[in-house]
Design a protein around this ligand. Structure first.
Ligand SMILES: [Zn+2]
Length: 106
C-alpha cells in the first residue's frame, strides 16, 4: 500500500502516540480505554517502540488510506491499534464485526 511519509505525517504520528501513551497512564479508566486497541479493545504496549512487536502501537486509520487518501493526515481518522491487529485488519472495513471475529483471522 502506497503511503505518503511526509514530515507532517511523522509528526502527527508521534503526537498521536504520545497522546495514547499519556492516556494509558491515566487514573481514569475511561481515559485509559481511549488508549486501547480499537480493534480488539486490549491495552497496547506503549513501552515498546512502535511497530517493534505485535503488541506495540500502530496508528490505524478508521477510513483506510487506500480509499480515503485525503483523510490520511486527519487526526479524527486516527485510531490506536496493535501492530498485529492493524496487520490482520488489512483493508477490511470495521463494520464487518472485527473484534468478535478474531478467530476468523487465522
Ligand atoms: Zn489489538
Amino acid at each position: 500500500m502506497a503511503r505518503s511519509n511526509t514530515r507532517r505525517m511523522n509528526l502527527l504520528r508521534d503526537e498521536f502516540l504520545a497522546e495514547g501513551r499519556k492516556q494509558s497512564e491515566s487514573d481514569d479508566p475511561e481515559v485509559r480505554d481511549l488508549s486501547e486497541c480499537w480493534l480488539c479493545k486490549m491495552p497496547i504496549d506503549y513501552v515498546a517502540d512502535p511497530h517493534s512487536t505485535d503488541d506495540s502501537h500502530n496508528l490505524d486509520h478508521y477510513f483506510i488510506v487506500r480509499d480515503y487518501p485525503e483523510l490520511e493526515e486527519d487526526v479524527g481518522n486516527f485510531r490506536h491499534a496493535h501492530r498485529l491487529c492493524n496487520l490482520n485488519r488489512g483493508t477490511k472495513s470495521p463494520s464487518l464485526g472485527l473484534g468478535t471475529a478474531v478467530a476468523d483471522w487465522w
